[in-house]
Design a protein around this ligand. Structure first.
Ligand SMILES: *[C@@H]1O[C@H](CO)[C@@H](O)[C@H](O)[C@H]1NC(C)=O
Ligand SMILES: *[C@@H]1O[C@H](CO)[C@@H](O)[C@H](O)[C@H]1NC(C)=O
Ligand SMILES: *[C@@H]1O[C@H](CO)[C@@H](O)[C@H](O)[C@H]1NC(C)=O
Ligand SMILES: *[C@@H]1O[C@H](CO)[C@@H](O)[C@H](O)[C@H]1NC(C)=O
Ligand SMILES: *[C@@H]1O[C@H](CO)[C@@H](O)[C@H](O)[C@H]1NC(C)=O
Ligand SMILES: *[C@@H]1O[C@H](CO)[C@@H](O)[C@H](O)[C@H]1NC(C)=O
Ligand SMILES: *[C@@H]1O[C@H](CO)[C@@H](O)[C@H](O)[C@H]1NC(C)=O
Length: 559
């Protein structure tokens, strides 16, 4: 894989006496947040320092080998200890960063098992001296409150050699909404189903009553962030209503992090209810990051947790994303490294492709481009798009859900595992959007898809219909991969790990229901008229390889 590993020198700006580590990070306050006040010097912030790792190139090569089915090392994953031995920061890095912090009186720091992040609590007054340029204010949105800086931070050129970015300064917590769409579904016909339930999914994806997990060491997880609480009582009620025809569990086994108080969120319920419906009878964890402190970044917190736990579920599904152009290259490259670390350990990480189709960014007046989303665009995760039934009231074939996120990264070059597939798509597709709307040389996504329209979810004890979005398709696909892991574990085989190299080698048409109809949304301008890419035969940047046909997919991944 040709993946850009190091922060490009050009990306690092130099200020008087200091270096801006993330000059390209958006510091503008996102919609919905209001600035309240300048915080006092005694207020505490918790900052996360990403320390430079060693053997980055070796890690990348290792991930390639352990996830390539044709390599003799396929499936030979690392334990957290051996991963740590490989990439742990150098003694020089640890010493330099720690001395710098101590000189400023920062003492309250916690590390993680891989040693490559430090999380430190300090007064605002200390942080503002440590990182020249920052000025903290408090911002609120509903009941959430965060401390952030709208001006860039800098560090000395010596420190810049040892840290990649500082978390907890600029990025605001994600606000996730699921779509609730009832349009065009009022015309109920005979022989209909009233929306997607576990029964419908299991029927469509060819899961029999017997296709449930049974290996004691198998497990799966979903992660959710700020203001996302799942409710155990809702999950039980959901399974009571919709779980009659397959063996399943009705309880989450392990909650990592703090569940907030207050009402359950529909997003959190959706993830848990559906990963446990396809990945039925498989032990399920929920990572929940209410965020222990106002300055923390919940997504980053989750990434740190992964590197601080030696025993983890094999499959993780996450419905979270930001515009690539709002994040610094340094941050995205480092998060991408964290995904490689997960791949080296045999974890499968699935992200929702997003609900804005190709997206749209205004570059200047009358000139737009599509807008890729990260982490969906990372070459080291498997990205899941969305579909809907051709006839919304029957288990017929699937077509593109017009919201399905997809496109080409402007940050990550196309990884070798998808080069021939994607160039074939680009060569063979007659009707493509104008070339200046997207980057043909970037990582193309999504990789796969599943239904994303018209789900039933139980929330606060009541079933509600019309829930939509790739946050529904992602746990559904994750649960199906967990079933495959179950069968692999039973045969003494390692779990699937980072899926993409194997997926693109399958010539996956045969194991998927190919989605060939429909286009996703994009800029509403004179050039593209609201239409991005369109699905076609084989892989496409709208629905990937298509949706899972379980028995065939199992056969493909179970030699
Ligand atoms: C990582 O785990 C150790 C104990 O297992 C704990 O002491 C430490 O605080 C954790 N690190 C972070 C950043 O939470
Ligand atoms: C709903 O139906 C109308 C008319 O059939 C069509 O123009 C419109 O695009 C449909 N909306 C969606 C979201 O499919
Ligand atoms: C899957 O389900 C479809 C539709 O119910 C059926 O035609 C097909 O034979 C099933 N099995 C496989 C392996 O595709
Ligand atoms: C559910 O999984 C457990 C192991 O976790 C297994 O003992 C049990 O037989 C499974 N149930 C079904 C219906 O397969
Ligand atoms: C489950 O994992 C434990 C610990 O790694 C191992 O000792 C045990 O043999 C495993 N069980 C099975 C059935 O593979
Ligand atoms: C296109 O993507 C490549 C990485 O694949 C990147 O280097 C380049 O800057 C991108 N072009 C634009 C215009 O963003
Ligand atoms: C796509 O077209 C280019 C130029 O015509 C050609 O060099 C390349 O081999 C083609 N790729 C595939 C996969 O067909």
């Amino acid at each position: 894989m040709r993946v850009l590993l190091l922060l490009l020198a050009a990306g690092v700006g130099i200020s008087r006496g200091g270096v801006y580590l993330e000059p390209d990070q958006r510091v503008r306050v996102p919609d919905g947040w209001t600035k309240v006040e300048r915080v006092s010097g005694n207020d505490l912030v918790v900052l996360t320092f990403a320390l430079k790792q060693q053997n980055v190139r070796k890690l990348q090569e290792l991930v390639e080998r352990v996830s390539d089915p044709d390599s003799p090392q396929y499936g030979q994953y690392l334990t957290l200890d051996s991963l740590s031995a490989l990439i742990h920061p150098s003694a020089d890095t640890l010493w330099t960063v720690r001395s710098w912090l101590e000189e400023h009186g920062v003492q309250q720091c916690e590390s993680i098992q891989t040693g490559d992040f430090l999380q430190c609590e300090m007064p605002v007054s200390t942080a503002e001296v440590l990182l020249p340029g920052v000025r903290f204010h408090r911002y609120v949105r509903g009941t959430s409150s965060v401390i952030r800086s709208e001006s860039q931070y800098s560090v000395s050129s010596e420190i810049a050699q040892h840290i990649e970015f500082v978390g907890g300064l600029h990025r605001f917590p994600p606000v996730r909404k699921v779509l609730v769409r009832s349009e065009n579904k009022t015309d109920v016909k005979a022989g209909f189903h009233l929306g997607v339930t576990p029964y419908i999914l299991r029927q469509r994806y060819n899961l029999t009553t017997g296709d449930v997990g049974s290996h004691p060491n198998n497990s799966q997880a979903c992660a959710q962030f700020l203001e996302q609480y799942f409710s155990q009582a809702d999950l039980s009620e959901f399974m009571k209503l919709f779980g009659k025809d397959f063996g399943h569990r009705s309880e989450v086994d392990h909650v990592v992090g703090q569940q907030g108080a207050g009402k359950a969120g529909v997003e959190a319920s959706l993830d848990v209810e559906y990963i446990m419906s396809t990945g039925a009878n498989i032990s399920t964890w929920v990572f929940t990051n209410a965020g222990r402190h106002e300055s923390q970044e919940p997504f980053l917190e989750w990434m740190l947790l992964l590197s601080n736990l030696s025993s983890l579920p094999w499959v993780h599904t996450i419905s979270y994303g930001d515009d690539e152009d709002s994040l610094s290259a340094a941050y995205m490259q480092r998060i991408n490294m964290e995904f490689m670390k997960a791949g080296a350990r045999g974890l499968t990480i699935l992200f929702a492709s997003g609900d804005d189709g190709a997206g749209c960014k205004q570059v200047m007046k009358n000139k737009n481009t599509f807008r890729p989303s990260f982490p969906a665009s990372s070459p080291y995760v498997t990205t899941v798009g969305g579909t809907s039934f051709k006839d919304p009231f029957q288990v017929t074939y699937e077509v593109t859900d017009y919201i399905s996120g997809g496109g080409f990264s402007n940050v990550f070059p196309m990884p070798s595992y998808q080069v021939s597939t994607v160039s074939q798509f680009l060569n063979a597709t007659a009707k493509l959007p104008p070339e200046n709307y997207y980057n043909r040389s970037g990582r193309a996504y999504p990789d796969v898809a599943a239904l994303s329209d018209n789900y039933w979810v139980v929330i606060n004890r009541f079933p509600i219909p019309w829930v939509s979005g790739t946050s529904a398709s992602t746990p559904v696909f994750g649960g199906i991969l967990s079933l495959i892991n179950d069968q692999r574990l039973k045969k003494g085989l390692p779990p699937l790990g980072f899926l993409n190299p194997a997926l693109y080698k399958l010539q996956a048409e045969s194991a998927f229901y190919d989605v060939t109809e429909g286009c996703h949304v994009a800029c509403f301008d004179d050039l593209v008229l609201g239409e991005g890419f369109c699905a076609g035969p084989g892989w496409d940047p709208v629905t990937g390889w298509g949706t899972p046909n379980y028995p065939k997919l199992l056969k493909a991944f179970l030699p």
